[in-house]
Design a protein around this ligand. Structure first.
Ligand code: PEP
Length: 264
């Protein structure tokens, strides 16, 4: 628990298309041992791992066998349940692999796979249908920032994504300015807080006060062990979605252990 309304922080590692299933085993073991050696308290921060689809069964088996307290998530899912959709992966299959989360609407999917707000909303519905918690990614490009400021596009994207969601449903929101992803240039904690508060207001409007109070809003974009503590001090930032830095066990462990950093 933290001071952010009692919401348990979530530090989520999006591996993107990195680490095959054998590398995944070595990574998960190393991360687990590093946290254990540091006497990290598992219930102070929730750790989510988002490996490629081909790693999920292997990682699930390892977490289960060694009782490793990390949550598993997928990087995408199909809007459809089953059928003639070559190459797609159903939320029903992810649920069978004990996935708790699924990332939806990552800017790379929006940019390289033409995922529209309508597709994102359909995938959010599919996630809920199969008992998965959607991690809904929203964020402005550098051009959006220039033209509309930081919050207009993320607010519009989240409003569209939540349009069909039932009151009280569980969602996680990830505010990821596109210009900050993989660039080494993170937003400032103040900027992240400003947008996170507006996104929480969207959740409140769409699915109610109680859901808004429970919803974790993550910041993503060039998060590192050296800047995570600043984001986590903000009242509406409840965790991070981490790309590049989630691929190095020692660095990802240091991000998870942000509470131990000097000055926090
Ligand atoms: C991401 O891809 O979601 C991300 C935040 O990447 P990075 O941490 O590398 O900027």
């Amino acid at each position: 628990m933290n001071e952010n309304g009692g919401r348990t922080p979530l530090i989520a590692g999006n591996w993107k298309m990195n680490l095959d299933h054998l590398q995944a085993v070595a990574f998960v073991q190393k991360l687990h041992w590093t946290l254990k050696d540091a006497k990290h308290e598992a219930d102070s921060v929730e750790v989510g791992l988002f490996p490629p689809f081909t790693d999920l069964r292997t990682v699930q088996t390892l977490l289960d066998a060694d009782k490793i307290p990390f949550e598993l998530g997928a990087q995408d899912l199909s809007a459809h349940d089953s059928g003639a959709y070559t190459g797609e992966v159903s939320g029903a299959f992810l649920a069978k692999l004990a996935c708790r989360y699924v990332i939806i609407g990552h800017s790379e999917r929006r940019a390289y796979h033409d995922e529209t707000d309508e597709v994102v909303a359909a995938k959010v519905a599919a996630a809920h249908k199969h008992g998965l918690v959607p991690v809904i990614c929203v964020g402005e490009t550098a051009e959006d920032l220039e033209a509309h400021g930081s919050s207009a596009v993320p607010v519009a994207q989240l409003t569209a994504a939540l349009a069909g969601v039932a009151a009280g449903a569980e969602v996680v929101v990830a505010y990821e300015p596109v210009w900050a992803i993989g660039s080494g240039q993170a937003a400032t904690p103040d900027q992240a807080q400003d947008v996170a508060a507006k996104l929480r207001a969207v959740v409140r409007e769409a699915i109610g006060d109680e859901a808004a109070a429970r919803t974790r809003v993550l910041y993503g974009g060039s998060v590192k062990s050296s800047n995570i503590a600043g984001f986590m001090r903000e009242p509406d930032v409840d965790g991070a979605l981490v790309g590049g830095a989630s691929l190095v066990p020692e660095e990802f462990a240091a991000i998870i252990r942000y509470q131990n950093h000097v000055g926090v």
